[in-house]
Ligand binder design. Structure first.
Ligand SMILES: [Zn+2]
Length: 144
């Protein structure tokens, strides 16, 4: 595993634990569905109620897959945090901004997925005390 892949995997785990509040769990085991089915990880009888990922293989690749990264964006939205993704002509780096009505933060990444993950980690720390208020406001706006 290259150094950059290792860094992305560490980023995935940090996002799973701190942003999505999933726990690393040992109850997952690998099964093989055989012809046409392939291998999969299943989890029976742990105390996390679906809120965990296999400790051995790690969580979804949030910083590498756009589908997984969008789960992070959706989670932020649910907390009342908006996300803006920007690309530029002078650099291949991608900038992601996240914010609540009274504050915002930004991060850069080699890819959109990486920038989303880095920004989400910054945002959950920075907006910790603001998100409840923002989520309440967002819910009110949806109703009207
Ligand atoms: Zn579990």
């Amino acid at each position: 595993m290259s150094e950059s892949t290792k860094e992305l995997r560490e980023l995935n785990t940090a996002v799973a634990e701190k942003v999505l509040h999933l726990a690393a769990c040992d109850s997952w085991r690998s099964i093989n569905f055989g012809r046409g089915g392939g291998a999969a990880m299943i989890n029976e009888n742990c105390e996390h109620n679906g809120q965990c990922f296999p400790a051995k293989t790690g969580p979804a690749h949030y910083s590498e897959s756009i589908e997984a990264a969008m789960q992070v964006v959706e989670k932020m939205r649910g907390c009342g945090i908006w996300t803006q993704i920007q690309t530029f002509t002078h650099t291949t780096q991608v900038r992601v901004e996240m914010g609540v009505p009274s504050s915002e933060c930004q991060e850069w990444g080699a890819t959109m997925e990486e920038a989303i993950c880095k920004c989400a980690l910054k945002a959950v720390t920075k907006f910790e005390l603001l998100v409840d208020k923002a989520a309440a406001l967002a819910a009110l706006e949806q109703k009207s």
